[in-house]
Design a protein around this ligand. Structure first.
Ligand code: VAH
Length: 317
């Protein structure tokens, strides 16, 4: 059975539903520090869990005979930058607790890394799988330390740890919270709600992005991949596209011609974005476990706007 931490977050809230369809609802135990009234809580087992409580996590995993842990509970880049020590304690404390449970109960293990694991001295274009990682954000420090810790648990204790360096993830179900790439989600909501969006990320700032369905497929494909074929484990570069605010706005205008984009740059999140790559190279993921993305900017925009139109009242109504 699969234990998911941070199940009510941006990735978790869609991944849990997908895993329940794939492996059976009762085989996916969703946990989070809070409860809400969504399908996650009602469509299968849900438990309250603070991942900084090692014993609580162990008890839930043991009681449910868990053999796979998907550890998603974390603070994202902008939030982590605003409260770095809390971020360290949650991001690293939660991770080491989850790895210890995986070691003791012999579970397969997944946790996401991020393009945030790269820094200003990393080659910015077609960033290689193996390269310099000197991030200048607490989130980046957590992601690099997390990658190294997961590799350590694999080499030292034989825990089957696997990870993905996710780009900005775009989804229509649960908006992200506290990320730097969140503008690329907010812009779709505002395009429909008000017909205009003020971006806190500057014109010309390229970042890797991916539509959530591709991210979820990548997690399942990696976790089901033949371990003998994995030369890397923590963590694989994966990406679907790279764009700057003007480009996503132009794609939106193909559907909403009057959409207006302007800028009010947030220096904190702009500094984070500037420290990240412009585009990363996902060759290793393609070669070692057949990664591929189905959605490009055009296809994602079509789907996002169609789905969000059903969720929120379109502009002018
Ligand atoms: C963030 N959405 O902005 C996350 C992600 C690559 C970006 O790590 O922090």
């Amino acid at each position: 059975r699969i234990l998911v931490t941070g199940a009510l977050g941006q990735i978790g809230s869609e991944l849990v539903l997908k895993l329940r369809k794939l492996y059976g609802a009762d085989n996916v135990i969703a946990t989070d520090i809070r409860k809400n009234d969504t399908e996650i809580v009602h469509s299968g087992p849900f438990e309250l869990l603070d991942v900084t409580d090692a014993d609580a996590m162990y008890q839930i995993a043991k009681k449910n005979q868990v053999d796979t842990i998907i550890h998603l509970a974390a603070l994202l880049s902008a939030t982590a930058e605003s409260k770095p020590l809390i971020a360290w304690n949650l991001n690293m404390g939660g991770l080491v607790n989850a790895l210890e449970v995986a070691r003791e109960l012999k579970c397969q293990f997944f946790t996401p890394s991020s393009i945030g694991a790269f820094g200003p001295t990393t080659p910015k274009d077609h960033t290689p799988q193996d390269t310099i990682q000197r991030p200048t954000t607490m989130y980046g420090v957590n992601k690099v330390a997390g990658e190294l810790l997961c590799d350590y648990y694999y080499h030292k204790f034989g825990v089957d740890t696997r990870g993905l360096r996710f780009p900005g993830l775009i989804s229509y179900m649960t908006p992200p919270g506290g990320g730097t790439t969140d503008y690329a989600v907010e812009i779709y909501y505002e395009a429909l709600r008000s017909g205009k969006y003020t971006s806190y990320i500057a014109k010309g700032t390229y970042m890797d992005m991916m539509y959530m369905p591709d991210a979820l497929n990548a997690i399942v494909a990696l976790m089901e991949a033949d371990p003998a074929k994995l030369k890397h484990r923590n963590s694989f570069n994966v990406t679907a596209m790279s764009f700057e605010p003007e480009e996503i706005a132009a794609e939106i205008r193909k559907h909403l011609p009057h959409f207006q984009l302007d800028y009010d740059v947030d220096p904190v999140r702009q500094a984070i974005a500037d420290s990240w790559p412009n585009s990363i190279d996902a060759t290793a993921a393609k070669e070692e476990w057949g990664f591929k993305a189905e959605y490009d900017l055009q296809k994602m925009t079509e789907d996002m706007l169609a789905r969000l139109e059903q969720k929120i009242s379109p502009v002018g109504t």
